[in-house]
Design a protein around this ligand. Structure first.
Ligand code: AMP
Ligand code: MG
Length: 299
């Protein structure tokens, strides 16, 4: 288990304005790993991820069996920060039946005919399951805030669209998540924090490698031009919506292995902290089990 202190450092404090420049997208927070060098970090992170995957599989089984809580994992990031890789690598060891992944694209006309949380609400994980949101309602205070003309499509009642408007959206999100948490949802939110240099490197890799051309999108490049606006939108959002019941973690994402390991670790820890137990069977059921054994053995 990665040290609790480190995880605490990654958790965004509640009700405090944070700046992303205080969070290293690399790995400076941990001296031990930093001194060990890049290959050693990758190797150690891969080992830890393997351990975490096994633990996650066990934790998920318990989650499934106890059938009370659900786990909602929210992933947000700039493009090429590794959201897809997290989903693929972290979730690869677990039972597909217990896991649901939803990727949210631009809202449809039907979506826009409802309140902004509606389309996400319909995709929430059932009890006993882990639901992954690859993008989420947070897009409505990120991409939409950076491109406020998108609000024109949202058919909202007239009113000002200044700070107060966004503040209310944060409040709506906090209230929504509080409602979910009170009803048995464990909510863990990860912001994959990539540096502008690393994003450039990854975009160039996509251009260099014909097998990765499909991954390159001109739209991603256009969004990169708004890097500073996104940074501000992320900072405002993280500062306003990291709560006791639904904390944000800023995950250093310049190293893919490190980010995958950290997410897996926080997820395992979170599910363990639910203190779930396998359902205990009653007297009557135990008698029925004994009778079944007797019957089978006498065949
Ligand atoms: P991708 O995840 O790369 O397939 O891209 C999905 C696109 O949908 C991104 O450009 C997002 O910004 C956009 N998107 C997701 N959710 C919303 C939303 N609520 N409003 C507007 N655009 C969104
Ligand atoms: Mg994309």
């Amino acid at each position: 288990m990665i040290k609790k202190k480190l995880i605490d450092q990654l958790r965004v404090p509640t009700g405090k304005k944070i700046h992303l420049r205080d969070y290293d997208p690399g790995w400076a927070q941990n001296r031990e790993l930093k001194d060990a060098g890049k290959d050693a970090v990758k190797q150690r992170a891969a080992e830890l991820l393997e351990e975490n995957r096994a633990e996650l599989a066990a934790a998920q089984e318990l989650l499934w069996a106890s059938d009370i809580c659900s786990v909602l994992v929210v992933l947000q990031a700039m493009d090429a920060a590794g959201k897809d890789g997290i989903i693929k690598h972290v979730m690869s060891g677990i039972n597909p039946q217990g896991c649901q992944v939803f990727s949210f694209k631009k809202p449809s006309d039907e979506d826009l005919d409802h309140n902004f949380l509606w389309r996400y609400m319909r995709c929430l994980p059932e009890r006993g399951r882990i639901g992954l949101f690859n993008r989420s309602y947070y897009e409505d205070v990120l991409v939409v805030k950076v491109h406020p003309e998108m609000l024109d499509r949202q058919k909202l009642p007239p009113g000002k669209r200044g700070d107060g408007f966004w503040q209310k959206r944060y409040e709506d999100i906090n209230a929504f998540e509080h409602h979910l948490a009170r009803n048995g949802a464990l909510i863990l939110k990860f912001f994959l924090h990539i540096s502008k240099d690393e994003q450039k490197k990854r975009f160039l890799e996509r251009l260099d490698n014909p097998d990765k051309h499909w991954k390159f999108s001109e739209a991603d490049l256009a969004e990169r031009a708004h890097w500073d606006d996104y940074t501000e939108a992320f900072e405002d959002m993280l500062s306003a919506t990291s709560t006791k019941w639904a904390p944000w973690y800023v995950i250093p994402a310049d190293s893919k292995w490190v980010s995958r390991t950290l997410v897996a670790d926080i997820l395992v820890d979170g599910i363990k902290s639910l203190d779930l137990e396998f359902p205990k069977v009653g007297e009557e059921k135990r008698a029925a089990l004994a009778a079944a054994r007797k019957k089978l053995e006498s065949e």
